[in-house]
Design a protein around this ligand. Sequence first.
Ligand code: GLP
Length: 251
Amino acid sequence: MKSITSADLVTFVVDSREEAEHALAAEIASVVRAKPNAVLGLATGNTPIGLYRELIRKCATRELSFAHATTFNLDEFLGLERGHPESFHRWMDQNLFGHVDLPRERAHLPEANSGDAGADDDAVRYEAAIRDAGGVDLQILGIGRNGHIGFNEPGSPRDSRTRVVELHEVTRADAARSFGGLEFVPKRAITMGVATICSARRLRVLAFGAHKAAIVRRTLLDAVNSDCPSTFLRGHVDVKLFLDREAAREL
Ligand code: GLP
């Protein structure tokens, strides 16, 4: 693992995704061992799948237990029925929650389907629930091709909290294939805000593949600005970025 020295974002370039996944899974295990009731922030997408596989393996071999942990996911599409194949609720069940000993009542995602009137209140309640749990100890993050973190799309303010957002066209286009067409992709979502995310005590960011190279360069080198919300990660007191060689190729 090679590290790139930068004033405000510790960056590691790994030889393989697995190297990053193993390192981060080991860190998560040590956080949970030191504090069994740790609060973890979780992400969806292709990026963290291998990390979750490694966490599942550690639970199976009893190197790790989530029995006393709490989790909060970053975001959820609005308006999907519970159990919709593309909902993040369902995705988390399939890729993590269904395979580890985390009690379901402590695995939180934003509410997807309480209707237009209820969504703003749900967002406020989600933010309060994170605060009441003592805040997030370690947040796992991916980066969207447009610089989104969670669903904080370009233009999201640095001081934003959990709220309802309109999805950006790049985000919807990226989701179109799995939804079976752009017309089926929801237009809105609930997401933790930029400030919510940056309140986590540790931020661990993963970016893999050539399709992330341009946004990785912008994350590290663009002026810190809401045009590219991932630039707001710079300057956090404990943030680490793990890249494979393809994602690092424009640096
Ligand atoms: C998704 C999620 C983000 C995720 C990002 C990247 O839409 N809302 O939390 O980090 O987009 O996705 P992927 O990992 O599939 O590239």
